[in-house]
Every structure is written in C-alpha cells, then in structure tokens.
Design a protein around this ligand. Structure first.
Ligand code: ATP
Ligand code: MG
Length: 646
C-alpha cells in the first residue's frame, strides 16, 4: 500500500553480522546445501556429543518426518547458562523491573546458575525425571526463567501457562501433559493489581489428583493457603539442596517444551518443540535478526507465557550470552511512559514488541515518549500481527528517532523461531512487510488449486521444506498436527495465513485465510482494508470481517476504535469509506462501520475476528471458543452497541 522504502542505515551496512551481499550468498547456500549451512550455524551451541546427521525431513503425504541434528546430544541450560557463567559470572544476565516502579533486581550469570541448579536438585528430590512434564504458572519474574532452565537441566519438559489465564485454562493445560509438579507463585502483580495465582492454581488442581507437588514462589508475600503434603515454598525447597547440579545430556530430538498457540482462530494447540534444532534456530536467528553484538541490552516485552518470550526473551538471547531486561508490568502503568522509562534506565539497545502495543501507545500521543532519552536504541522489532504502516511509521519516527531499522518478524508458535523478516543490515524495510525469508526457509505462495504462484502475486503462505525450529507435533494429537499443517497442500507446511509477494520478492501478510472476505467473487484479505481504515488520523485501530450479503455474497463489516478525544460521527464514517475506496478500490467499500470502544483480543493481544464475524452475522449469543478472550466485557459492549442500532 505504501511505497516508502527505508534503506539499511549506512552504519549497519558496515558493521552488521549480515549485509546485503552476505545475505544473498548465505541464503543461496542455505537452500542449495542446507546440510553445510546448518552444520555451521549449529556451532553457535556447545554440543556434549557432536551430531553427524544434520537434516532428515520429509513432507510427503504418507510420511511427515522432521528431525534435525538427531544423533547430537546437548543440554539447553548448559548452553544458556554454564558457558556464560564461566566467563562473565558477575555480569548481569537479567535486569528485572517489577510492576511497581523502583522495584528492581539485577541477577548475575552466577546467581542464575546457582538458582537453576538448586531448583533442578529440588525437582529431582520431588521425583522429576528426564522426560517428565512440569507445568509453570508464574508471572514475569526471574524465577520463571529459572524454572524453565531447571527443568531442561535435568531433561524434564516445561509447559509454561500464561499467568493471565484462568484456573480452567490452567487445568486443561496441566491435564494435557499430565504434569506431576506445578511451579507457581502466591500472587502476581500487573498494573498495580494483585493476580491470585495460588488461588487459581488451587482451583485448577481440584480435579487433578495426579499433581503431587506444588512449589510456590513468594512474590507478594501475602497470605495464601498451603496444602500440607502437596505445597512447598520455593525458597525453602531451594535452601535445603546443593547449588551444583550436572546438566544431563539429552538427544537433540528429545522434547524441550510444550507451548500453546494464542487461540486466535480456535482452540489453542499444544506445540511440542525439541531441543537441538529449536535452540540452533533460536540462537542463530536472534543474533542475525536483531544484529546482536556482545554488550547489547535486549528488551522483549512479551510475557513468558508466549512463544515470543520463549525464543526471543529467553532461549535465543541467553544462548548468546545477552543481558535481558525482564519487565513484570504493563506499558500503561503507572502511566503510558513506562516502557520508555525502562529503555532509558537500562540503556536498552534492542526493543521487541507487538503491533497491538504500538497502536495503543500511539493512541496516547508523543508526550509520554518525549520525556525520555531513547538514544540507546539500535534495532526495533515487531511480532504477532501484521503491523499497519501508520503504526510502523510512528514506531520508526517517535520511538526509533528515525534511525533504527524495524524488523517485522513473521513466525508462529509452530515455527519455533522466525521465518520471514528484514535482516537489519541486509534489507531495506517497507512498512508493513515482513520482507524476505530467513536462512533455510523456502516460502511458496500456493493458489487454491495448489499450484505455486511465480513472481508477483498472492496465495496461501506455505513452506516447501522444514527448518530446525519447527514444532514436531501437537502434544498427544499427531492426527491434528498432520491435518492442520500438512493436508491442505500435500508436500508443504501450510501456515493458515495469506500473503502477497511484490516485485522485489518481499512478502506481505494479507491476513488469516480463515478471515478472507469474498465480495462478489473477489477475495479480500483483512489486513489491507484495516490498514486503510487505520491510516485515517482519527482511527486507533480497526478490524474487518465478512458478513452475509444478499447481492455480494459477503459484505464488509468494519469495527473501528477511535483515538483519544475523537468523536464518532456520520461524517467520519463517510470519510472512512472514502479512504478505503481511494486506497484499495470500490470493491473494498465497507458496507457497515460500527464504532467500538475496544476490539476483542485474545490474551496475547491479537484481534479475535472470529468473534466479530459471528456478531456481524447477527449471532450475539454464541461466540465459539472463548477460553482465550482477554476481556469478555469488550465483546458484551460491542454486542450492546450493535443491538441498539435501528
Ligand atoms: P491460533 O493458532 O491458536 O489461532 P495464533 O495463530 O494467533 O493462534 P501464534 O502462534 O501466537 O498463534 O501466532 C502466529 C500467527 O500470528 C501467524 O500465523 C500470523 O497470523 C500472525 N503473525 C505473527 N507475526 C506476524 C507478522 N510479523 N506479520 C503478520 N502476521 C504475523
Ligand atoms: Mg496460528
């Protein structure tokens, strides 16, 4: 939509790990000779036993095999911890900023190493063995990272459940992997409020007698009930065990963790990731996509409960020995300058967040940003949804001071790590485009009959071959795994997203294929229409869905949220229709525009179009799977407004 192109900053061209020339050469090699390419990339890790096999992958209809570095052995906690503690023990691994301003902690590599080792010993004492699942339901505190690394230190598999989830969601996820041990906290703190984690955990465990042990971190120190024989305080359990614990070598294909998708399109899927391939992809891509150099301070705002945090807050950075900022709270508390205060305080160099957050902070204006010195920033990242050009430009100008490249990273819980993104020293950025494939990644756009689209064009975004970080299965449901990702286009991995490729070979995500709107036989992705609406200065955010239309088959229903202080009016509706017609064409004319004070989102902040689709069709009762809806009141409010319409 926008033609603006932002070239690679001259400073980066010279100093970046990957520049335009090396990208072309390495990408070629990664496709022509993946064995050599990934063998070299894998040297970013320390292997307890070097692998001889690199890649054993097939997507044939009768045989989907995904194995990487299969005969190698390693330990992820060793790679993320011991080798750094040995050389820079007293430097900071984690800079923790609590929800309450001023509450901070600096955790060195040695301290983290010792805490992880103690916890690993405590878990062993509770009977946790290699291959066992351990559930983790913790806020964004350093103990959540310690818990993950302690599990993998002894070969156990973690399942982190986002601490904003209810007791039912927690129960379902514990049941799914049948963990005997849960690690939680008395309470969490978010935006000045207490989150009753232990209370939720107790409720979740009522129907789960197989959970034998609960370790409870004292976060707020307020009183919570402890069940004798089952519950123990984390600090007490750690105090009585030694602070050394040999990491166990596991096979590269042994499971590392299970993690659920965000639930944007339906019931969340529990993706199982294994150790070697995931860690190679996480570590190598972290270094390349943020152009990480030793000493850089990295701040990823994702909650530990999402894959973004698994890969680019924890495993990728720690495997590289990076110092991370870990922030417990929310960007708008006590006020909308909180993140920028953190960037200034810790002199953050790399900042990674989601478009939803950029849009909501943009709504607050520039004043909260201008108060702070953000000159330490070098690279900005975006993930989770397409970023509309309006938000991209604001992020670039107001946050990045016009000097920081924005890496728009396209990937999924299923993919483990990035698949498409502009490497900052190698590719010019186009606002709204996730640019080009990461090394070893072979995107294809397939038309509905399965033929690949050549050159410029649009289609279903698929991948023709495996990459190391790919999930190996859906936990306990191989059938669903094969059906969801490998049945629509035999021989390809199917993402569920639509995309367009432009003349420069850049990819533009056009929206979820589930959300495609078919207007009089024309298939329209949601992204372009939403971006056109959001380009109006009064608009904060927009979501469009299809609804049954007598003549056109489907009409376009737009839900629009306005910026602070903007008034809803008929004139504004007409303006919005005009803007969409001008930018895309009459075919994309919204048939209905409704104002919404907020859009329904899931707990990772993504717009839930599937719920809006039902509302637009006049179904106000049945919203489908609502287990991941962040705020049901938002849905109720939209329904109420629509019902009030004549
Ligand atoms: P579910 O699979 O349960 O419906 P989800 O797809 O939102 O939920 P995630 O794995 O968290 O779960 O998100 C991956 C999806 O997010 C992608 O398939 C894509 O639709 C979207 N996405 C992620 N990053 C980007 C990006 N940079 N640009 C465009 N879309 C993105
Ligand atoms: Mg998905």
């Amino acid at each position: 939509m926008t033609q603006t192109v932002f070239p690679v900053p001259a400073s980066l061209e010279a100093s970046a790990h990957v520049n335009a020339e090396t990208y072309e050469a390495l990408y070629r090699q990664s496709i022509d000779d993946p064995e050599t390419f990934w063998r070299e990339q894998a040297q970013i890790l320390d292997w307890a036993r070097p692998f001889t096999q690199v890649k054993n992958t097939r997507y044939s209809p009768d045989d989907v095999t995904i194995e990487w570095f299969a005969d190698g052995r390693l330990n992820a906690s060793y790679n993320c911890l011991d080798r750094h503690a040995a050389v820079r023990g007293n430097e900071a691994a984690i800079l923790w900023e609590g929800d309450t301003p001023g509450e901070t902690k600096r955790i060195t590599w040695s301290e983290l190493h010792s805490e992880v080792s103690r916890l690993a010993n405590a878990l062993k004492k509770l009977g946790v063995k290699k291959g066992d699942f351990v559930s983790i339901y913790l806020p964004v505190i350093h103990q959540s990272i310690a818990a993950m690394l302690a599990c993998v230190r002894i070969g156990a598999v973690h399942s982190v459940v986002f601490s904003g989830f209810s007791s039912e969601a927690l129960a379902g996820r514990i049941e799914d992997c049948r963990s005997r041990v849960l690690i939680t906290a008395d309470e969490g703190m978010r935006g000045g409020r207490y989150v009753p984690l232990k209370k939720n955990a107790d409720a979740a465990l009522e129907g789960l007698p197989f959970v034998e042990h609960v370790l409870v971190v004292r976060r707020t120190g307020r009183d919570v009930p402890m069940k004798t024989g089952r519950d123990r305080w984390y600090d007490e359990a750690l105090a009585e065990v030694p602070d050394t614990c040999e990491p166990v070598d596991v096979s590269a294909e042994d499971p590392l963790f299970v993690l659920y998708t965000s639930g944007s399109t339906g019931k969340p899927k529990g993706m199982l990731h294994t150790t070697g391939g995931y860690l190679v992809h996480a570590a190598a891509s972290f270094k390349a996509m943020f152009d990480y150099h030793p000493g850089d301070i990295h701040f990823c705002t994702a909650d530990v409960g999402w894959v973004t945090a698994h890969t680019y807050l924890i495993y990728g950075p720690l495997a590289n020995g990076a110092t991370i900022v870990l922030f417990e709270g929310v960007p708008t508390w006590p006020d909308a300058s909180r993140w920028w205060q953190i960037v200034e305080t810790y002199k953050v160099n790399i900042f990674y967040t989601a478009p939803t957050a950029v849009r909501s902070l943009m709504r607050e204006g520039e004043e909260p940003v201008r108060k702070h010195d953000l000159s330490s920033l070098k690279v900005l990242g975006s993930v989770g949804e397409p970023i509309n050009p309006e938000a991209w430009l604001w992020y670039h100008e107001v946050i990045g001071g016009g000097r920081c490249p924005i890496v728009d990273t396209y990937w999924q819980t299923e993919t483990g790590a990035v698949l498409l993104c502009p490497l900052p020293g190698a590719m010019a950025q186009k606002p709204g485009s996730a640019a080009r494939p990461f090394f070893g990644v072979r995107p294809e756009l397939l038309s509905s009959d399965g033929t690949p689209v050549e050159g410029e064009g649009s289609g279903s975004l698929c991948f023709a071959d495996s990459w190391p970080g790919q999930a190996r299965t859906i936990l306990g449901d191989r059938e669903r795994f094969l059906k969801t990702y490998f049945s629509a286009y035999p021989g390809f991995y199917f993402t569920g997203d639509g995309a367009r490729r432009d003349a420069d070979g850049y990819y533009w995500i056009t929206g979820r294929l589930d959300d495609v709107i078919n207007v009089s036989g024309h298939r329209l992705g949601t992204v372009e229409v939403e971006a056109a609406l959001a380009s109006h200065p009064a608009v904060a955010e927009a979501a469009v869905v299809g609804f049954p239309h007598e003549i056109k088959g489907q009409g376009i229903f737009a839900f629009v949220t306005l910026k602070e202080g903007m008034a809803e009016s008929h004139d504004l509706q007409s303006d919005l229709v005009r803007i969409v017609r001008a930018r895309i064409g009459p075919i994309a004319t919204p048939d209905r525009i409704e104002w919404a004070s907020q859009l329904p989102k899931n707990r990772s902040g993504k717009i839930l179009r599937r719920i809006l689709t039902r509302i637009a069709a006049g179904d106000f009762e049945n919203h489908g799977d609502t287990s991941t809806v962040a705020d049901p009141a938002v849905v109720a409010d939209i329904v109420r407004r629509i019902q009030l319409q004549p």
